[in-house]
Design a protein around this ligand. Structure first.
Ligand code: ADP
Length: 373
């Protein structure tokens, strides 16, 4: 059967739990049934699922969902296994094997770990497995449930070159204002660009409406859009929402990318969207032209100034003299080495030393490099 689409589905804890905050068997079953239907139709699926704390807090001895970070992490360490056990069982009943991948946000910052996750996910998808991804809550030093996995799902979608990201929530989609407060809020069916209006509707800066929840979904949409991936946002409780979302007939919000994003190879994608940047190199106008228009390597003699501290192999922001970021690339020399060479100004070294190799940078016109880091 031909592969139809590669779909990343993100489901939030609120869509997996009962009123009391525990995992709801009925909701989990509905999700697994619908994912199985998508698999039956020939699509590849990665599931990004929250719910580890909800699945584990009672066994930790807590009567309600804990609030302190150590207790949440302890609950997650019990619940993650239980959650995966339930998913595995449900998917197996449909004839599909599930796998677990726990990711830390910092895994995306390291190129070899990023490549490893990419390779692992590809093998699993090619073999028809359903990878279930979650943040490694027990190890994460960041705030637990940061963005409730929305941005993690968008990054995973970019990592596996997904055709579509489906974010399921407890609401029908993006409204022009928070529908839980405003009765006259209207559902927005289609968004092709994230404008200030959209950010404000979702509770962006300067707005009194909305919660972090919708805001983090819009952040996720932006990350997906930067990689050329369309996103659907809809209500997890609706019947057949997943299949309908992929077949473009669901009620909800479709975020589509009209601009064709240049296809970047894995290394360049990592540089553009995941690497994080350690410092800045300010270059002269001639070099800026060579880098952006001709994609030529950056040489030592073209550097005007080095800002910040970074090691050899780090990704730095390449700035023009006006302070605009024009590219991001991997440096062959550390900041201290660079400063020393710039101070010595040895003619031969200045002329012959390449600081960022041709294939090791991404220009702003290839990708919106500031997104997702
Ligand atoms: P999940 O747990 O599924 O990730 P969240 O609770 O984090 O979902 O976010 C969804 C919530 O965002 C909605 O239930 C709603 O209360 C709130 N919200 C705020 N602004 C909007 C908006 N403009 N459109 C839709 N929902 C919004």
């Amino acid at each position: 059967m031909p592969i139809e689409k590669r779909v990343v589905i993100k489901i939030g804890s609120s869509s997996l739990t009962s009123r009391h905050g525990e995992i709801s068997k009925i909701k989990l079953e509905k999700l697994a049934n619908e994912i199985a239907k998508l698999k039956d139709a020939g699509h590849e699926v990665v599931l990004v699922s929250s719910g580890a704390v909800a699945a584990g807090y009672r066994k930790l001895g807590c009567l309600k969902r804990p609030v302190s970070l150590p207790e949440k992490q302890a609950a997650a360490s019990i619940g993650q296994g239980l959650l995966i056990e339930s998913y595995s069982h449900l998917f197996l009943s449909h004839g599909y094997v599930a796998s677990q991948i726990l990711i830390l946000r910092s895994d995306f910052l390291d190129e070899s770990r990023y490549q490893n996750v990419h390779n692992t996910l590809n093998v699993l998808l090619e073999r028809g497995i359903i990878p279930i991804v979650n943040e490694n809550d027990t190890l994460s030093t960041e705030r637990l449930n940061f963005g409730d996995n929305d941005t993690l799902a968008a990054k995973v979608a970019g990592l596996v070159d997904a055709d579509q990201l489906v974010i399921l929530s407890d609401i029908d989609g993006l409204y022009d204002k928070n529908p839980t407060i405003h009765e006259d809020a209207t559902l927005i069916n289609h968004v092709s660009e994230i404008t200030n209006e959209i950010e404000n509707a979702a509770g962006g800066s300067g707005s009194a409406v909305g919660t972090g929840g919708m805001k983090s979904k819009i952040e996720a949409v932006k990350i997906a859009m930067a990689s050329g991936i369309s996103t659907f946002l809809g209500n997890a409780n609706k019947e057949d929402i997943i299949v309908d979302a992929v077949e473009k007939k669901a009620t909800g919000t479709y975020f589509t990318c009209e601009k064709t994003v240049t296809t970047l190879n894995q290394k360049k994608k990592w540089i553009a969207f995941h690497s994080g940047s350690k410092g800045e190199i300010i270059i002269n106008p001639h070099a800026a032209d060579r880098m952006v228009k001709k994609r030529k390597s950056l040489r030592l003699k073209e550097i005007h100034l080095v800002k910040g501290k970074f090691e050899k192999g780090a990704v730095v922001r390449v700035m023009d003299m006006e302070g605009e970021e024009i590219a991001r690339g991997v440096v062959k020399v550390s900041s201290s080495g660079l400063n020393q060479m710039l101070q010595d100004k040895t003619d031969q070294v200045m002329d012959s030393t390449v600081i960022i190799e041709m294939g090791d940078f991404v220009c702003h016109i290839d990708a919106p490099i500031s997104i997702g880091v």
